[in-house]
Design a protein around this ligand. Structure first.
Ligand code: M6R
Length: 609
């Protein structure tokens, strides 16, 4: 979603901010801006669209030692230059970049208008710049003006203020939207994501909700909104800054699809124990005896991560025989969740910052529940606030559409299920067999990827269809949902994923020659029923594309296109079946000339409810 970068120090802030914003680009945005102090004057440049547009209007040789920058994903007010950040107060004394949503901004704005303040944007953020200016005008120091402003606010923010008359400081604050301070040598950084500043410093301080920070060149001071000093630990970033280039691929999504064999290999690397046919997941912080007390598992997440959670619940029930269910985080919160002592909760999130999932994590923990994170972003809020968890080690995922994070989440749940199963009923021999099959997955994924050209051909054939259906059963029902989601988000084609068993209870009315139906049919308990469903679709003239690992004459006879994948046990099959669906969506989107990495209306991480 939106991105923030700020700098104060001896160097030129402009390239540091622009490079930092570029590193946050993948999160999705629709306008960008930068504000800095030049010869005692505040200068602001803003532009709709890509960062390159902003770069295009920056004066050559622009230099400043202090500045703030922002990439905005529109919430309050359309995509216009006026609504882009920084938002500047009417007197030009305070400029602000803000991630999040101010719920009571209209009341604040109305009051300020009543006091004669002129507004130039439709944003919620502008009210904050004007409020801070008002308090400055009343003689308050900048830090107090910020605190008094934020005390009046209800909503979420990761926010950074720059003061025209105090060009020696930057002030940041956090409530519900991440902010991290980078500590340099005679210079300080601030950003909404450590990735934006890690090239400059590995010493960071993560702000917690309700905290403010004053940055000067020489250091930082953290306080809460009541002005009490908060002692913060400077932490060392220990993760490797991975290359975030496209590595010769046309775009990030294709690169990330092709990276999956290595990525899932990293997820299980060092975590399998072949000798005991189990997995070791130290990050869960669970003693062996703790497993006796876990009666059920509940998994919460949004979007693709939720689909991974659905498969996770299938794995936990079918392999480990622990009652498990997955829930859309935002829906669980609607119901005032019942939190039980014997339930172990998991949140699943690539970014670790998704507001709906994060707020659910907090609600469960506040009620005494134990919450584990299945998270990609190291040091993210969910990773820091959960009781333990599993880093999925997918590496940076830059494309908005999640691909490798999904398969790494699946692999993580396979490890979790294996561990639970071995603490319960799964025998040593069965555990060892499962370990061996897990180890074979990267190679099998490569064999699926080898068929990219054939899938591109299928994509060309169906690219003009107005709608698609995706059907699957058991662990491949969520894969059907995921395949449909991929097509929706990057190709903008209406597509619906559903249970192959449920389709005849209504949706089959949609089936016609015009609607391609993508079906997943893999060896296992559900194969025959899936094939019966295929017959029903065929009888209604549906054009069937099958992803399968069986050589069955019934399938070849009725399917128009068959994508073959290597055989594996049904519980592991989603790791393979999803790849053709990712590629199909990808190639259709390319054919339709969509912006695959940055689809319209979407952001990489949704940090608002
Ligand atoms: O960062 P998270 O995994 O928490 O994000 C959850 C969803 O917003 C995300 O998976 C979304 O559905 C993706 N764009 C799907 O490709």
């Amino acid at each position: 979603m939106c991105g923030i970068v700020g700098y104060i120090g001896p160097k030129n802030a402009v390239p540091i901010i622009m490079e930092g914003l570029k590193r946050l680009e993948y999160r999705g945005y629709d306008s960008a801006g930068i504000g800095c102090m030049i010869k005692g004057k505040l200068k602001v440049w803003k532009k709709e669209g890509q960062l390159a547009n902003l770069e295009g209007i920056l004066p050559e040789g622009l230099a400043s030692n202090i500045g703030i920058g922002h990439t905005r994903w529109a919430t309050h007010g359309g995509v216009t230059e006026a609504n882009a950040h920084p938002q500047v107060g009417s007197r030009g004394k305070v400029s602000v970049v803000h991630n999040g949503i101010i719920d009571n901004y209209s009341a604040l704005k109305k009051k300020l208008i009543g006091e004669g303040v002129a507004f130039t944007s439709e944003t919620d953020t502008e009210a904050l710049a004007n409020l801070a200016e008002k308090f400055l005008g009343a003689g308050m120091a900048p830090d107090r003006a910020v605190r008094e402003t934020l005390k009046l606010v209800s909503g979420t923010y990761g926010i950074v203020f720059l003061f025209t008359e105090h060009p020696d400081l930057i002030i940041g604050a956090r409530n519900g939207s991440p902010l991290v301070v980078g500590v340099g040598d005679g210079e300080m950084f601030v950003a909404s994501d450590a990735n934006a500043i890690v090239r400059h410093t590995r010493q960071v301080v993560y702000l917690d909700d309700g905290e403010t920070v004053v940055l000067t060149r020489d250091g930082f001071r953290t306080r809460d909104l009541r002005d009490a000093v908060v002692d913060k630990q400077v932490e060392e970033i220990d993760w490797v800054v991975e290359e975030t280039g496209k590595n010769g691929y046309e775009n990030y999504m294709l690169k990330e699809i092709f990276e999956q064999p290595e990525a899932v290999g990293r997820t299980f690397g060092g975590r399998l124990v072949p000798e005991f046919g189990t997995a070791k997941l130290g990050g869960l912080n669970l003693e062996r005896r703790d497993f006796f007390d876990i009666r059920r598992v509940e998994i919460v997440a949004m979007g693709t991560a939720y689909h991974a959670g659905m498969i996770g619940s299938f794995l936990l029930e079918s392999i480990a025989r622990v009652p498990a269910r997955a829930e859309i985080a935002s829906e669980l919160r609607c119901r005032n969740p019942i939190v039980e002592k014997e339930t172990l909760y998991f949140v699943v999130s690539q970014s670790g910052e998704t507001a709906d999932t994060l707020l659910t994590l907090r609600e469960i923990r506040n009620k005494g529940g134990r919450v584990m994170g299945v998270v990609n972003m190291v040091g993210s809020t969910m990773a820091r606030e959960s009781d333990g968890g599993v880093y999925i080690h997918a590496g940076p995922e830059m494309a908005v559409a999640s691909t490798k994070a999904f398969t790494c989440q699946l692999m993580s749940f396979n490890l979790i299920a294996l561990l639970f199963a071995r603490m319960r009923d799964l025998s040593l021999a069965e555990g060892r067999a499962l370990v061996r099959e897990i180890q074979e997955i990267p190679d099998k994924m490569r064999r699926v990827l080898d068929q990219a050209e054939e899938i591109a051909r299928i994509a060309r054939k169906y690219k003009n269809a107005q709608s698609f259906l995706y059907l699957g059963r058991g662990p491949n029902y969520p894969v059907a949902l995921e395949g449909a989601l991929k097509l929706k988000e990057i190709a903008y084609i209406f597509s619906e994923g559903m249970s192959a068993g449920d389709v005849k209870h209504g949706p089959i009315a949609l089936v016609s020659e015009e609607t391609p139906v993508v079906m997943i049919a893999v060896k296992g308990d559900n194969l025959d029923k899936t094939i019966s469903g295929m017959m029903e679709i065929n009888a209604r003239k549906g054009r069937i594309i099958v992803v399968t690992n069986v050589d069955d004459e019934r399938i070849t006879r009725i399917a128009e296109d068959v994508i073959r994948i290597p055989e594996t046990r049904e519980s592991l099959s989603p790791l393979l079946t999803v790849i053709p669906l990712q590629l199909l969506a990808y190639y259709i989107a390319v054919e339709l000339q969509r912006d695959v990495d940055r689809p319209r209306n979407l952001a990489k991480s949704v940090t608002v409810e």
